[in-house]
Design a protein around this ligand. Sequence first.
Ligand code: ADP
Ligand code: MG
Length: 146
Amino acid sequence: MIIFSDIQLLRGGKVLLDHTSATIHPGDKVGLVGKNGCGKSSLFALLRDELHLDGGSCQFPSSWQVAWVAQETPALERTALEYVIDGDREYRDLEGQLHVAEAADDGHRVADLHDKLAAIGGYSIKARAAELLDGLGFSQEQMAGT
Ligand SMILES: Nc1ncnc2c1ncn2[C@@H]1O[C@H](COP(=O)(O)OP(=O)(O)O)[C@@H](O)[C@H]1O
Ligand SMILES: [Mg+2]
């Protein structure tokens, strides 16, 4: 659950939010809309612990996984699909550790990392990333393109 209680958020001398309250329940799918510069990205920065409140309080799960895609995407030699997968930092971290363990021929560590990847749904990540892009209207060719 995410709870904003009577929050105030200032930025660059501008009041972005004042006396604002909202509750988001587990399973809710929420869209945030508002004109340019009204504070949408700032609210996300708050949830990522990059900005701090000027008033009120905000509660969110102490242990949670947040995936996001930057508003300005750099021109990358990376497919859209890989870029979406990059959003799952825990997956990328485990994948990197797995490569290291494989290169070191560390069988126990490899097995342990496979268990961890399975536990976070790592084996279905490509399918899930493709589903997400499909939902956003990307064609198969666009998913595989850079
Ligand atoms: N790094 C920053 N330092 C100071 N002010 C900022 C910074 N980033 C954004 N702002 C200001 O905060 C306000 C909200 O910005 P932002 O949260 O990016 O809006 P939105 O995402 O809704 O377009 C804007 O007026 C913007 O000028
Ligand atoms: Mg923004």
